[in-house]
Structures are given as C-alpha cells and as structure tokens.
Design a protein around this ligand. Sequence first.
Ligand SMILES: C[S@@+](CC[C@H](N)C(=O)[O-])C[C@H]1O[C@@H](n2cnc3c(N)ncnc32)[C@H](O)[C@@H]1O
Length: 271
Amino acid sequence: MLNYIGNRILTLRKKYNLTQDQLAKKLGISFQAVSKWETGSAYPDIEYFPVLSEIFNVSIDYIVNPNSMENKNPYNTKYEREDYYWGQIPNYRCFDIMQHLAPTRQIKLLDIGCGEGKDAVFFARNGYDVTAFDSSQEGIKKTKQLAEKANVAINAFVANMNEFRLEDNYDIIYSSGALHYIPDDLRSEIFCNYILHTNKGGIHSMSAFVKKPFISRAPDYEKHSYTYKSGELFTYYTNLEIIQCDEVIFDCMSSGVLHKHCSNILLAKKV
Ligand SMILES: C[S@@+](CC[C@H](N)C(=O)[O-])C[C@H]1O[C@@H](n2cnc3c(N)ncnc32)[C@H](O)[C@@H]1O
C-alpha cells in the first residue's frame, strides 16, 4: 500500500509536469517530504490528501485505493465473459517475429498489455520463454487459463505499464493495441526503459494507435487512452535498427460495430 500511494503521487506529478519542488510549494512542505512519499519511505499526513486530490483533479480514493472505481480496468467487464473478446487467433505480427528471431535457443519474450493472452500463449506454444502482463485481473486470469489449456507455462501477472518498470532483460518486447494507454509525458522514459532492458540482437515489435482527422473515435473507445501522432512511435527508436515502420488503416469489429483504426507498426533491432 505504501508504495502504491507513492507511485500514484509520482505518476500524477509527472502527468501535471510538476517538479517535486513545485508540488512541495503548492502543499507548503519541503521537496524532501515529497521525495520520501514517492520513494515509499513515508506516507503523506492525512490533511494533505484533500489538497493532492484538488491539485491532481482525482478523488482521494483514486490516490489511496488500488481498487477504486477510477482504477478499475474497463476491460475487466469485457474479459469476464466466457468467450475471448479478442478471439484466440494470434496477431499476424507474431509470425513476423518468429521469422526474425526463431526460438532456436532460449528466447525471453515480454508481451505488454497481453489482454486475454492469445499472442502470449501462441509464443509459448512455439517455444518462447514468455512473460506477459496486463492491468486487467480478468485478462491475466484468462491468459493463465489459456496457457493451462495449451499445456504451456507463462509468467503472467497484473501490472500497470505506467508504473511498472523492467528490471530483467528480454530478447523480444512485443505489444499489440495497448501502448496508447501510456500518456504522452511518460512515453520517452518508458520506451527508454524497454530498450535498456533488451538484449543485444533483441527486437521490439510494437503497434500504437494513431490519430487521424478522417477516422472517428472507436465505439468502444476507453477513457485514459491517448492516441499517438503519426510517426511518433518511430521517434523512440532512433538508436535502434528499424526493420519495419508502417502506417496501416484497418477495419475492426470489436464492440460488434464496424469501425476503422490507424496504427503505426514498428519492428526494430538493438544492434
Ligand atoms: C486492445 S487490448 C489488446 C490486448 C492484447 N494485446 C491483444 O492484442 O489481444 C488493450 C489491453 O491493454 C490493457 N491495458 C490498458 N491499460 C493498461 C495499463 N496501464 N497497463 C497494462 N495494460 C493496460 C487492457 O487491459 C487491454 O487488455
């Protein structure tokens, strides 16, 4: 709980582009006190919570309670159904990855925002050593069920990509349809962390939704999602070898209503 509150304050402070000193001044305290909250070595005193809630425009519940309504992942409801919301057919990019880095030795692969695990389980079935995370508990539950059904082992866990940072290294980092949940101001730091924790010769296969004036918002559009500028995804990869960078427009039937998305697709290698 202690770390949860500290992480939440850190994330909100960054979202509002405030330094520790600027936040401290608004609260009438020292920046060292803010630093202690963020590193988890102290709790804020109770009187600061209403002020924090006002500064960051969120409820106190959101700051202190990981299970608050605002923190509940809307995908939980979609994933509670017995069938698979995104189906069980792997994304075509999974096959591209196999061509670029086949599991001829132990290859550690990370799937970010794995949903109900269709891609993660496909990779595991094909011999990759798979770690996968998603912020939806229901998604992770179904990922584990799918893995069990396929008789493969996956390290799957619940985590919020805006707060969770990699400490282990991977050979492949993959994400499909989830990176738009990273707000603009956290992207540079998060992609740096992913690249830092990629082994030499390793690859990233990423897709990110792009905003286009001629494409309307999807009917199942979720709050707290932030589309990318066209080409923005590639800018985080200037120090890697870009193998593929595409912009594609495709039809989608999620929510049962036909609509279009635009995505940037990237395949890059750390040389
Ligand atoms: C469009 S779905 C894609 C799921 C999966 N990658 C697939 O292609 O089937 C987006 C996923 O991102 C997850 N997500 C949303 N915000 C997240 C966050 N902050 N951290 C981790 N996962 C998140 C959602 O729970 C959801 O499962």
